[in-house]
Design a protein around this ligand. Structure first.
Ligand SMILES: Cc1cc2nc3c(=O)[nH]c(=O)nc-3n(C[C@H](O)[C@H](O)[C@H](O)COP(=O)(O)OP(=O)(O)OC[C@H]3O[C@@H](n4cnc5c(N)ncnc54)[C@H](O)[C@@H]3O)c2cc1C
Length: 704
């Protein structure tokens, strides 16, 4: 057996220049292209290829892998005898501008140095020359590590690592027989490859596993270094070792993921996330898939590298952009079709609520949705409270079927008529959808359209009379819970002009609404609008509280300068005094409570049809703080209010919860008795927790 190898650096800087080493392996300084690179491409990503040729002793390379993988074998031009093993590492060029400033060239160097010995070790283990080794054979090699060596043209022998190391020139390799040497690496390769119980390992498997082991080991070293730097750098100091490890981990994997995804010609890469982005300075691949096949391909690529995936629908949660792979659906998944025969509206995953409502209205149909026009499919998958909820139920109650790409890349169409296994998954997707895959389209049940009358009356109560303000809120609650299903009453409680304001919206779909009896509180009737369809209803601003500049609730979220959590309350909730008391302590005038009226048809849905739990809720209370400067005070205020109200609530709304550890307690109050079933399904359909950036389902398993 013999081997040979060389590096090939190609700098991918968008200028299409190549910097090559010359025939003597010296860097070619005079190369014009290289100078262009030096001048232009300081921060570019680059990829290093590594080629190793080894002739197999049976003279034949029979592996069937293809160029989709990051390591593959193929016959070379030299003839059938040779097998080229090609590995790619991607790395980032360290620079002043780059925040974390470290590259993976070190990783490539270590890998290059050790790989020939890994192959010699493999051949030493493979005594029967069938190019396959078993777990037991590797274990027995680990007890007495040896390398296969050619001693004469046709003769081979086995030599101990120490002797091999002693025979090498000093610069060549060091530590081969040491504690972090070849046996250590082979031990990791063995554990990595055989952990799933596969019976054997080929040479190709062995090389692939060694690449993964190197990535892992260097990622850990990188994280430790980051950890040390974190002690000095205030921006990194607050991060846990786990989050540093995650940052280092994605730093290593994301460029490889990008390379894999770029093999798909139809996929649009390099989209930048608009609006609410994740706060971690992590690399990620942002892609705009054009088809379900694109989505499945990307998910499989991410799965093969243990990368996480998140989806951006309407981008109102801020969590869609946190994955190593971010799939933006709004670019190409925008089709909507209403069918008046079946009363079904089919929507793709990038559609926003207002377009959906408009398309349905063209066919005289209405689907229960939320109140804000730019919110996306994330709302439908987790609940969906709006003006027609009391009459038609939650948005998720309207789901007839979903098309889902699972963590394994399988494309499934799920409905309540599916086989038992898929019916179970459908149940989970209706309520906890973002945890189970990428929904590419949905069919929604629609009803006949009715026009609506909207009125808004705002009560002004001086701040010095908190009990009077609480009494107005109390009367609103008393009246709204007695309304028929065709009426819905929302309420905003906020501060303005030195007084407490209670703004009450009535939405009337056919029957008269009695006026609110608010005692002596002074009120102004601000809006009366007849004959509104659901699209026009979405144009009514539901948030009466003044919004700071930069928070564009009704348009695209231009910055993440608000914090919100929502709790569900039953008909007997007695919370008006707490709300007023807390509002008066709010750190900014942009803090408010928003009652969204539920009840009515929400209770018709059953625990059997979806994972949504709070069927007895009469209101969803949205607690929001927006800010111009002091973020911590504002989110702290919301968290404190939630702490006080949680014992009085029926549960917590899933939509706003994310990876923040403080959300785990709230998450426990979201699915209650359904959590166990959801966790079992998660284990089955997404065992590596690939979809982990929204509702923290797996943390529930750790907490119990
Ligand atoms: C201004 C504003 C108004 C709101 N109004 C209402 C309201 O009236 N009623 C109500 O019930 N809620 C309301 N919400 C809450 C809203 O429902 C949630 O924020 C919801 O998560 C937003 O969904 P999105 O698609 O817009 O956001 P995104 O951030 O894009 O998505 C939210 C979550 O769903 C996941 N997701 C999105 N699309 C898919 C997909 N195709 N497949 C799998 N996972 C996906 C994302 O990864 C993310 O975890 C409002 C929120 C805001 C900020």
């Amino acid at each position: 057996m013999y081997y040979d190898y060389y590096y090939d650096y190609g700098y991918d800087c968008g200028y299409d220049y190549d910097c090559d080493y010359d025939d003597n392996n010296n860097y070619d300084d005079d190369d014009d292209d290289c100078q262009n690179y030096d001048n232009n491409c300081d921060n570019s990503y680059y990829c290093c290829g590594f080629y190793l040729y080894s002739s197999q002793r049976d003279g034949d390379c029979d592996c069937d892998c293809d160029s989709d993988c990051d390591c593959y074998c193929t016959a070379t031009d030299d003839g059938d005898d040779d097998c080229a093993i090609v590995a790619f590492f991607a790395a980032t060029q360290p620079s002043e501008k780059e925040r974390l400033g470290w590259s993976f060239s070190e990783e490539l160097d270590s890998f290059t140095r050790i790989l020939p010995y890994v192959i010699c070790a493999f051949n030493a283990i493979d005594r029967d020359c069938d190019t396959l080794v078993s777990d037991e054979e590797v274990t027995s090699w680990l007890q007495n590590p040896q390398l296969e060596q050619r001693v004469e043209e046709t003769k081979w022998s086995f030599t101990e690592l120490k002797s091999v190391e002693a025979s090498l020139p000093g610069l060549c390799v060091s530590g081969l027989s040491g504690p972090q040497g070849l046996a250590f690496i082979m031990g990791h390769i063995k554990n990595f490859h055989f952990e799933d119980g596969v019976p054997s390992m080929s040479l190709r498997d062995c090389v692939l596993a060694s690449m993964k082991v190197f990535t892992e080991l260097h990622v850990r070293v990188g994280a430790r270094r980051l950890s040390r730097r974190a002690e000095e750098d205030p921006n990194l100091r607050s991060k846990s070792y786990q989050s540093l490890l995650a940052m280092a981990d994605s730093k290593a994997k994301v460029p490889i993921l990008e390379k894999l995804c770029s093999q798909l010609a139809s996929l649009e890469l390099e989209h930048s996330l608009k609006g609410a982005e994740g706060t971690e300075p992590r690399p990620r691949v942002v892609a705009a898939p054009r088809s379900v096949t694109d989505v499945a391909f990307c998910v499989q690529a991410a799965q093969s590298l243990s990368c996480s995936v998140s989806v951006v629908g309407g981008n109102h949660s801020g969590y869609g952009g946190l994955g190593d792979l971010v799939l933006e659906m709004e670019h190409h998944f925008t089709a909507i079709a209403a069918d008046v025969t079946s009363n079904l509206v089919r929507v793709e995953a990038g559609v926003k609520l207002k377009s959906l409502a408009a398309k349905a209205a063209e066919s005289e149909l209405v689907v229960p949705l939320g109140t804000a026009p730019t919110v996306g499919v994330g709302l439908i998958l987790q609940g969906g409270v709006g003006h027609s909820t009391r009459r038609l139920g939650l948005a998720l109650d309207a789901i007839h079927s979903v098309q889902l790409v699972t963590a394994s890349g399988e494309v499934l169409t799920l409905s309540s008529d599916s086989c038992d296994e898929h019916k179970d998954l459908f149940w989970a997707v209706c309520g906890c959808g973002p945890n189970f895959g990428v929904v590419t389209s949905l069919e929604l049940k629609a009803s006949k359209l009715k026009s609506c009358r909207a009125t808004r009356r705002v009560f002004h109560v001086p701040s010095e009379s908190p009990s009077e303000a609480a009494s107005v809120v109390q009367r609103y609650m008393l009246r709204s819970k007695s309304l028929p299903r065709d009426c819905c009453a929302d309420c905003c409680v906020y501060l303005a002009d030195g007084s407490i304001q209670v703004g009450i919206y009535d939405f009337n779909l056919g029957c008269e609404v009695p006026p609110v009896d608010a005692g002596s509180a002074e009120s102004v009737l601000e809006l009366v609008d007849e004959g509104l369809n659901p699209v026009q209803l979405m144009d009514i601003e539901p948030y009466l509280c003044e919004q700071p500049p930069g928070v564009a609730h009704r348009g695209f979220l231009s910055s993440r300068s608000f914090f919100t959590r929502a709790l569900f309350f039953g008909r007997d909730a007695d919370i008006s005094e707490v709300l007023v008391e807390r509002l008066l302590k709010a750190p900014s005038r942009h803090c408010y409570f928003h009652f969204q009226h539920m009840g009515g048809a929400v209770a018709d849905g059953s625990s059997l049809s979806s994972a949504f739990l709070a069927r007895d809720a009469e209101w969803s209370l949205v607690i929001t703080a927006a800010w111009t400067e002091d973020e911590e005070d504002c989110s702290f205020w919301v968290r404190e209010v939630v702490k006080v109200l949680l014992p009085l609530a029926l549960g917590c709304y899933a939509t706003d919860l994310g990876p923040d550890p403080e959300d785990v307690e709230l998450a426990q109050r979201t699915f209650g008795g359904h959590a166990e079933r959801l966790l079992l399904l998660k284990q089955k359909w997404d065992p590596n927790n690939m979809f982990r950036h929204g509702f923290p389902l797996c943390q529930l398993g750790q907490a119990t």
